[in-house]
Write a protein that binds this ligand. Structure first.
Ligand code: ADP
Ligand code: TPW
Ligand code: MG
Length: 586
């Protein structure tokens, strides 16, 4: 269709196409999404997208309306991780867009495919800064935090706009894509047949990318020369959904592996080769490390320093690295990568397995034995701590219950945020199946909780268990209403220690509460009751166990206020060392 043809388009005032022979922007957007299997919108209605939410629902899409766009956005981002299709978040202009933007940045940073669609106001007025309703140059603002950003001005370009957004979100390294849809677009009417003919069903949106044979050889040579090899599985490996190949890689090679937080469960955490309980031993000791969908960012101490056996915080520990990643720019981002293996994880791992078959000797028994010893000792130490039953309840005695419940319900989704509530859960609660654990991710953000719960329930239909710090919960707590409204099987456990990290700080001047403390004895369970869900106060492990079991049996929205010793936490949880005030201490 040429530029001149656009004159034939007549915008209509209402939200509906005038007759069956015509089709409007609203319908074209919905059909463009549906044609590509995007069947769910995580949204918050308002001008100019209210009718889009209504008509999407009427057209059979699942439309999940939230109380704040940030939570809708986080839901979309994790839906992308779970399903490998872009999660779609829909917001109004300026303020709604900005509320959703945080999640868009989060999706990009975590390599989750997501599309943020925001309505926007009139281009002519925005560009002359004449003060339109919710005026903002959204496209320009989204660009720095998005993998890609597009705007559609003409109804006949909706198909291309949606197709480009899908490809950008899921191909290569996945990320967040912004799609700007000005209000006028929705009302544009075009001939129905001509309009539909512009829609695109995207063919092969995330093409496989096989690694080069010489890169595979280089990686295999390095791996075979190793005396103390280690495999590190990241959330890219979980996202890739090639669980059988990942398991075969570990079991065929017999190399101990460490799962990053969201890779837990790719193989059961109880697997003989899982080295999680010996993490601080294997990282500095390993001589060759095979990274699979994991970046050497702050979560891995940038691949150097004392964690890796370096003498000082900046020193290289002497390890050689093989890095499997779809992004050709990832290698050497922190330390030298001796064997980059660029391609999709399924292709790369399959290629490694092919090259190793009949050509592999298991790692030296000395290395395997040392890892097992360290692991056994640490597991025994942890079992001792978990067996205690202090009063008041602490993180360990509460999480010992959660550990049992997750073991008995391995298909349940586990959402987790907080500081101590996060770190202790990650180390204590074993995961048994892939992509069941979803948490604060690369940025360690608070606020993903309830959005993740909603998306986890909607996309999987499974029971969801959320282990939340009391501070963390506060960022998205109002979505408890959303959970009740859609009657989702979500059991939220608040690890309530009266504050951020703990509840014991005081204002030295005696005037105000300290910045890290909350109202003492708060009853978060009442929030759930306000919307018709089940609220329970638990002060002992036995009460917590009974409440969690009942929640899972009933599949009713449940919030358990687990009262935790307010002195139990440590400042910043496990990442105390990143706190600037820690640097001052001798
Ligand atoms: P973690 O935080 O678990 O260590 P990261 O988010 O740091 O994981 O790393 C995930 C990596 O996985 C990213 O570098 C990303 O490019 C890569 N990745 C994501 N999906 C794929 C895929 N299908 N194939 C190959 N690499 C992938
Ligand atoms: C968006 C900083 C990291 S952890 C945390 C905050 C505020 C809360 C810790 O308290 P919580 O957990 O949840 O009660 P616990 O068990 O230790 O008591 N804003 C954002 N993200 C982050 N990470 C912060 C602030 C932070
Ligand atoms: Mg707390």
């Amino acid at each position: 269709m040429g530029v001149d043809d656009r004159a034939a388009i007549s915008p209509t005032a209402g939200g509906h196409a005038p007759d069956a022979a015509m089709i409007d922007g609203f319908t074209l957007v919905i059909e463009a999404l549906q044609r590509n299997g995007l069947d769910t919108l995580y949204c918050l209605p308002g001008i100019p997208i209210t009718d889009l939410t209504r008509r999407a629902q009427a057209a059979g899409m699942r439309v999940i309306a939230f109380r704040h766009e940030q939570n809708a956005g986080y839901a979309a981002s994790i839906a992308g991780f779970i399903t490998r299709k872009p999660g779609v978040c829909l917001t109004v202009s300026a303020p709604g867009f900005l509320n959703g933007l945080n999640a868009l940045a989060h999706a990009t940073v975590n390599c989750f495919p997501m599309i943020l669609i925001s309505g926007s106001s009139e281009r002519e007025i925005v560009d002359l800064q004449q003060g339109d309703y919710e005026e903002m140059d959204q496209l320009a603002i989204a660009r720095p935090v998005a993998k890609a950003a597009y705007r559609v001005l003409h109804a006949e370009d909706i198909g291309v706009g949606v197709a480009r957004a899908i490809r950008a979100a899921v191909s290569g390294r996945p990320g967040g894509v912004y799609l700007d849809l000005p209000a006028k677009l929705f009302a544009q009417s075009v001939d129905a047949a001509a309009g539909r003919s512009t829609l695109i069903e995207v063919v092969d949106p995330a093409p496989r990318q096989a690694p080069a044979p010489d890169a595979v050889r280089r990686a295999v040579d390095l791996l075979k020369a190793a005396k103390k090899p280690l495999i590190l599985l990241g959330k890219g490996a979980a996202y890739a959904q090639c669980d059988a190949q990942i398991r075969a890689l570990v079991e065929t090679t017999g190399i101990p592996y460490l799962p990053m937080s969201m890779a837990k469960g790719l193989l059961p955490d109880t697997h003989a080769l899982c080295a999680s309980a010996a993490r601080s031993f294997v990282l500095p000791e390993a001589d060759v490390v095979l990274l699979v969908g994991a970046r050497l960012n702050w979560l891995l101490s940038h691949g150097k320093g004392k964690t890796w056996g370096g003498k000082s915080s900046k020193d290289w520990g002497g390890q050689k690295f093989i890095q499997v990643d779809i992004s050709p720019q990832e290698a050497d981002s922190n330390v030298r990568i001796d064997a980059p293996l660029v391609g999709d994880i399924e292709s790369c791992v399959s290629a490694l397995l092919d090259a190793l078959r009949g050509n592999w000797a298991p790692p030296p028994a000395e290395w395997l034995g040392a890892v097992q010893d360290k692991k056994a000792r640490n597991i025994a130490k942890m079992a001792e701590t978990l067996a205690k039953d202090p009063s008041p309840m602490n993180f360990h005695s509460a999480l010992n219950v959660v550990r049992d419940i997750v073991k008995a319900n391995p298909e349940a989704m586990l959402v987790n945020e907080g500081a101590n509530a996060l770190d202790f859960t990650r180390s204590i609660v074993d995961m048994y199946q892939p992509r069941k654990r979803i948490d604060v991710g690369t940025w360690g953000i608070m606020g993903i909780g309830m959005g993740y719960c909603v998306a986890a329930a909607v996309t999987t239909g499974q029971q969801v268990i959320a282990i939340e710090g009391d501070s963390a919960f506060g960022f998205s707590g109002m979505e408890v209403e959303t959970i009740c409204r859609y009657n989702l099987p979500v059991c939220i456990v608040i690890m309530n220690n009266n504050g951020v990290y703990k509840g014991t700080d005081v204002d030295p001047t005696g005037r105000d509460p300290a910045p890290t403390v909350f109202v003492k004895g708060a009853r978060y369970d009442k929030i759930m009751e306000a919307f018709g869900g089940i609220g329970v106060q638990a002060t002992t492990p036995a009460e917590l166990r009974a409440a969690m079991e009942a929640a899972i049996r009933s599949r009713k929205p449940t919030l358990i206020n687990a009262v935790i010793d307010e002195t139990a936490g440590t400042e910043s949880g496990r990442i105390t060392s990143l706190n600037p005030s820690a640097a001052k201490k001798p």
